[in-house]
Design a protein. Structure first.
Length: 386
């Protein structure tokens, strides 16, 4: 979704390398947050004695998760796996939701070493009726497939299998707890996508209007339609706000056309540092926790660059911004409340949190050191689990 700054690899004394074969059940596109998290982990582990090696190429699930069944994923993943397992001491299985856990463990059943399952995506739960009806009317196959296959209840089919499971948030951990079998151990390691000390936020150009930013794809569950409606309301109230949409990935073209038609600035792939320097507040009006239970990369970026956010009031976003005043929360699917919040900050930007406070929060909870230490404790067998 954004062009990434290069991370400097940590330096360490040479040591024996433990190879970890990586298998992704879903094909991860270069622009996706999932692909970025894997690249980040690879960089983070350099020089630590652990090395990620390529494994099976995942299945393209966009359009319908039912492809997991029609594409014979078990056979493909197992066949590709045996070619990579030779010499690998650990196996990292990367899946988008907890619902695919039985499939991933069954496909890797013959692996002789330790298995780690990384759930790097949502834990799907039914949306509120209003939101679910909208999705079923516009994306029937995709939504029905997710409702059927992306549910944590499927984890019960993994009875007898043994594995460590990595999730990013306590919210995710709590959602999985009722469905865990005795030999599945859950570890909470925040997802990350940035390395190094956060850069100082540049002084604001007083000549530019107050600028609202949106960065990402065009998914409805990101609240993109609600954002457009709230901007229309601000225009009707003569609130001087400029909106900048940086779009890439799925459904970006449709959103870009609609945003452009309404007179907003639309750009494509951007340098994140330049983009965040050009806006005063980032907006992410997610419909529900069903969209994500990892910490959204765009919100991690906002913390890293010291940019305030207006975000839906959800359990996972409350967990991410766990200090009072670090985010402005709005009810999901409420364009009027979103417009009022944006009007408040546009008329008085001084009520927004300072960049330094946001970046201190990033360093305390999501820094490269925090992520690396979490993975190293797990890989060395030192991590506590639920």
């Amino acid at each position: 979704m954004t062009a990434e700054p290069m991370a400097a690899a940590p330096t360490a004394e040479p040591q024996p390398t433990v190879s970890i074969a990586v298998h992704t059940l879903r094909r991860e596109y270069a622009w996706s947050g999932e692909a970025r998290s894997l690249r980040y982990l690879r960089l983070t582990l350099q020089g630590t004695g652990f090395e990620l090696v390529a494994g099976a190429d995942g299945i393209d699930l966009h359009g319908s998760p039912l492809k997991l069944l029609t594409d014979n994923a078990l056979r493909r993943m197992g066949r590709a796996g045996h070619e990579v397992w030779r010499g690998a001491e650990m196996l990292l299985l990367k899946i988008p939701t907890a619902g695919q856990l039985p499939m991933a463990l069954a496909a890797s059943h013959g692996f002789p070493g330790r298995r780690i399952v990384w759930i790097d995506g949502r834990v799907w739960q039914p949306l509120p009726v209003r939101s679910l009806g909208k999705l079923l009317s516009t994306q029937l196959g995709l939504t029905a497939g997710r409702l059927a296959l992306d549910r944590p209840q499927w984890m019960k089919l993994s009875s007898g299998e043994e594995a460590d499971i990595v999730v990013a948030s306590r919210t995710q951990q709590q959602d999985l707890a009722p469905w865990l079998t005795p030999n599945l151990r859950v570890h909470v390691i925040p997802n990350g996508s940035f390395s190094g000390q956060p850069p100082p936020r540049p002084a604001r150009d007083p000549s530019r209007p107050f600028t609202v930013g949106y960065l990402g794809n065009g998914y409805q569950v990101k609240g993109t339609g609600d954002l457009l409606e709230s901007l229309d309301l601000l225009r009707q109230r003569n609130v001087p706000v400029h909106a900048r949409f940086a779009l890439s990935g799925l459904e970006a073209a449709e959103l870009g056309q609609e945003a452009g038609r309404r007179g907003h600035e639309v750009v494509g792939l951007v340098n994140p540092q330049e983009f965040f320097a050009s806006i005063d507040v980032l907006v992410l009006p997610l419909w529900s926790d069903a969209g994500t239970m990892v910490f959204p990369n765009v919100l991690l970026e906002s913390l890293y660059y010291g940019v305030p956010v207006v975000v839906s009031d959800l359990q996972v976003t409350r967990e991410m911004f766990d200090a009072d005043g670090l985010a402005r929360f709005v009810p999901p699917r409420d364009p009027h409340a979103l417009a009022l919040s944006l009007e408040d900050v546009a008329r008085d930007p001084s009520i927004l949190p300072r960049a330094e406070a946001l970046q201190r929060h990033f360093e305390a909870h999501f820094s490269e050191k925090m992520v690396r230490n979490g993975w190293l404790h797990l890989l060395r067998g030192e991590a506590a689990h639920a």
